[in-house]
Design a protein around this ligand. Structure first.
Ligand code: ZN
Length: 296
């Protein structure tokens, strides 16, 4: 014990993670098709301001702006060779906002293809992709690697194992679940909560849970939280709900849950036994401020 300041703190109290990054970047001028990860270099003041807004809202955990930061996703923008540098820069920005008492989560999203045999990427290729991103995130000072929005436990296993091998102080893994016709929560690949979380734990994740999700209501998240805590066993669990189920306005999804709605959800998440609470799509610093106050 004692190897991870983040896990030590999590053993003492419930921690609050931050909320959505993408919508905050769009509000600051990110254009459709533009590489958001490049902002860690070219628009660093904007990224820092978003991190600071979440930190000031009461978030303990600041997530790097690297959801699309794997070399394979950066390659779509011709930026594959800058993966290490951009991920390290992102972690330094989050570190600056988190301060000495906050924690930096080095964000790792899906690498953008499916593993063989469904997709064209071998496990060895996926390992190399994740290794290059995670090395940058650790170099920049991440307190934990957050493997998020996973839909395939096999991909999560690869990313978690690579993070462990790279010397990450702690590893978190979260899946996006949807509600299937029989009412159960499943990944897009059809895995139930126990299977998905169990495989992440077996691969070496210290904290497991869910983020985002497809068309889940706030009530659904409360039920899901109970399943997460149960499936996590002795491992702490995390949930980062969207601001309710979205409605489509033209091409864009609009999330209507207010900060008060999200704060009202918090006691139900805590009662379910979840140890880390944050937000995903549609959440803002105002939502997280209300949620952090509810946790406190
Ligand atoms: Zn989301």
């Amino acid at each position: 014990m004692g190897a991870s300041r983040f896990l030590d703190e999590l053993g003492r109290r419930v921690l609050v993670c931050d909320g959505a990054m993408g919508t905050q970047l769009i509000a600051r001028g990110l254009r459709s098709g533009e590489c958001s990860v490049l902002w860690n270099s070219d628009r660093r003041d904007d990224v820092l301001a978003i991190h600071r807004a979440y930190r000031e809202a009461g978030c303990d955990l600041i997530t790097t702006n690297t959801f699309g930061g794997s070399p394979s996703v950066l390659a779509r923008h011709g930026l594959e060779e800058r993966a290490g540098e951009l991920n390290a820069a992102a972690a330094r920005l989050a570190r600056e906002a988190a301060g000495p008492s906050g924690f930096v989560l080095g964000d790792v999203g899906p690498f953008g293809d499916f593993l063989e045999p469904i997709g064209d990427t071998s496990v060895e290729q996926a390992r190399d992709i994740f290794r290059r991103q995670i090395a940058g995130l650790i170099e920049g000072g991440s307190d934990a690697i957050l493997v998020e929005t996973m839909s395939d436990p096999a991909e999560a296993e690869v990313a978690v194992a690579v993070a462990r091998e790279a010397g990450a102080p702690a590893v978190i893994a979260t899946y996006a679940f949807q509600k299937s016709a029989d009412g159960s929560f499943r990944t897009m690949m059809g895995n139930d909560v126990a299977d998905a979380l169990g495989r992440a734990r077996a691969a070496g994740a210290d904290v497991v849970g869910a983020n985002c999700g497809t068309s889940l209501s706030l009530g659904d998240y409360a039920v899901l939280a109970g399943e997460l805590a149960k499936a996590a066993g002795g491992t702490p669990s995390i949930i980062q709900p969207n601001a309710g189920s979205p409605r489509m306005v033209g091409d864009s999804a609009v999330y209507d849950a207010t900060p008060e709605d999200m704060a009202a959800l918090v006691p139900r998440l805590l009662a379910a036994g979840v140890r880390v609470i944050g937000g995903c799509c549609g959440t803002t610093p105002a939502h997280l401020k209300a949620m952090a106050a509810a946790v406190a």
